[in-house]
Design a protein around this ligand. Structure first.
Ligand code: PHE
Length: 345
């Protein structure tokens, strides 16, 4: 863990070992340059606590750029609850309550909400012990908002590739049928796009495929599955030295955080002429809705317009990347860094 912390450029990490649940809690505060840190809480089983810390550090950094990308007065942070074994529901809820107490002691310097493994219902459990939680005062489930943003990103990609946002007849492969994947698939199904879905839970994928008239693909062959647009909506690190050569798509636009395993993977995609919608721009819809509705007092219409504007943001980023013959990732990072340098609006 020392190496991870030594090479991290963030501000600090709050660490707690929860004896009763045998779980490590890491709250990483990457940057408060634009405001108090905020980011979701991820809970899953990790092989080693170190892996949980690594996730927290990287995800917190991603949040810094996500908030900067939408120019919200929020800082980058993220929490990871690294479980060592599955927990019964009661123990899990007790753990989340104790975690809520910990968040409360931070006095609002970190606020949190849903993420992988902590769905909208579990956010309510955290909210029993702290007010610094998004998703309990009106915004509710951020999943459909994130999906709307990813849909906007897919439209930007289509416009860039084909000169039209129309998705009719285009094949979109959605990886991960969760709180974002499902609403995204539903939206896509309404456009006449051909839908393919892949999920580690193949039974679930088959059921959802049946319901939406989609094709469930063999998870083991996800990356090699031919499609026009690949939408990773599950775990991170899916774009890497092993998977990129397999891809048979023209673009990647999805909701997963930290899709690139390493920064060089952006260049690998670029070399393969696969258009990449940077994750922290494409997946900002949930963050915009949660924070916009519950902290910044924006109206639902305003939030919706802001989420839909992901299309225009990406068009600008794609144009800049094209002019410089580089991956859109670099253009998006320059955009976010400019906002961070300027400071809160
Ligand atoms: N975890 C989601 C994200 O990465 C939603 C979220 C955003 C939750 C901000 C809390 C705070 O965008």
């Amino acid at each position: 863990m020392e190496d991870l912390l030594r090479s991290w450029d963030g501000e600090h990490v709050v660490v707690r070992y929860d004896q009763a649940a045998k779980a490590w809690i890491f709250i990483a505060i990457h940057s408060t340059r634009l405001g108090n840190a905020s980011g979701g809480t991820r809970m899953k089983i990790y092989e080693a606590p170190r892996d949980g810390l690594q996730d927290a550090l990287r995800l917190a950094e991603g949040m810094t750029y996500k908030w900067a990308g939408v120019d919200f007065p929020m800082g980058g942070g993220k929490a990871v609850i690294a479980l060592s074994a599955p927990l019964a529901d009661v123990e899990r809820d007790r753990l989340l309550e104790r975690y809520g107490e910990l968040v409360e002691t931070l006095g609002g310097t970190f606020s949190t909400g849903a993420d992988l493994g902590v769905g909208p219902e579990l956010v309510q459990v955290i909210g029993r012990e702290t007010t610094h939680v998004f998703g309990v005062r009106g915004a509710g489930d951020p999943g459909p908002w994130t999906a709307l943003g990813v849909f906007s990103a897919i439209e930007a990609v289509a416009e860039e590739l084909y000169g039209s946002r129309d998705l009719k007849g285009r094949t979109v492969l959605v990886q991960g049928i969760g709180d974002v994947g499902i609403p995204l698939c539903k939206r896509l199904a309404g456009t006449g796009a051909r839908l393919k879905i892949a999920d580690v839970n193949e039974e679930r994928a088959a059921a959802v495929a049946e319901e939406l008239g989609a094709q469930a693909v063999d998870v083991g062959k996800t990356y090699a599955e031919p499609c026009d647009i690949f939408a990773p909506c599950a775990v991170g690190g899916v774009l890497n030295v092993d998977t990129i050569p397999q891809l048979r798509c023209r673009a990647v636009a999805g909701s997963a955080n930290n899709q690139l395993e390493r920064i060089e993977d952006a260049d690998r995609l670029h070399e393969r002429r696969i258009l990449y919608a940077p994750d922290f721009i494409a997946n900002a819809g949930g963050a915009v809705a949660l924070c916009g509705l519950e902290a910044l007092r924006m109206s639902e219409d305003y939030v919706a317009a802001k989420v839909l504007s992901i299309t225009d943001t990406l068009k600008t980023i794609f144009a800049e990347a094209k002019a410089r013959e580089e991956s859109p990732y670099h253009a998006a990072m320059r955009w976010a860094r400019k906002v961070l340098e300027r400071g809160p609006a």
